[in-house]
Design a protein around this ligand. Sequence first.
Ligand code: C5P
Length: 224
Amino acid sequence: AHPVVIAIDGPSGTGKSSTSKAVAARLGLDYLDTGAQYRAITWWMLSGGIDIHDPAAVAAAASKPEIVSGTDPLAPAITVDGTDVSGPIRGQDVTAAVSAVSAVPEVRSRITRLQRTLAAGAPRGIVAEGRDIGTTVLPDADLKIFLTASPEARAARRSNELKGNGGTPGVAATREALLKRDAADSGRTTSPLAKAGDAIEVDTTELTLEQVIERVIGLVEERK
Ligand code: C5P
């Protein structure tokens, strides 16, 4: 069988990561968290004192860090210049800065190239999740899913995750931060967050994670 390529896009808090990892693990496919790559380059810029609100400075630095993404869905580590940054990239400083960095075209072209190389090298195929996978990175994907959910459901989920990570911002603050990031990601010029014309939209507001996973796997089977 030829490798299967699955693109899962959508805003944050819709269940993209949990769904993508589980689908990849159950189908024996590689997994790629493209948000983690944008977070990793952002972490590197913040650590190096680069002014992330200066697009020229960000563009000039975009090709410098070496970013290596693990593609095992059960342990998707990511390193920058050999340092594992899986933990630090989830920090609030990175979350607040990532939209500005990822809007810079030089950053996007660099990261997009890495993503296409990983997808092309996946022996059995890949589940790649992000914002522009179906529209820009892998427009020929076998299956494109666009996940949505109400802002309330998304904020509640994200707030729960942050609790698990030691931070405790309230649901209201989380909702504001999340909507601000969506607006920036949807409003940028270069490959904004958008549903591909041939993507299947799944509203996860009233669904459990298991139901979303089964829905996606059902759609994969239909396509065989
Ligand atoms: O998915 P996650 O919330 O970790 O993504 C972090 C940020 O990375 C997004 O808010 C967006 O700015 C950027 N991103 C992107 N394109 C992707 C994936 C993520 O611009 N394909």
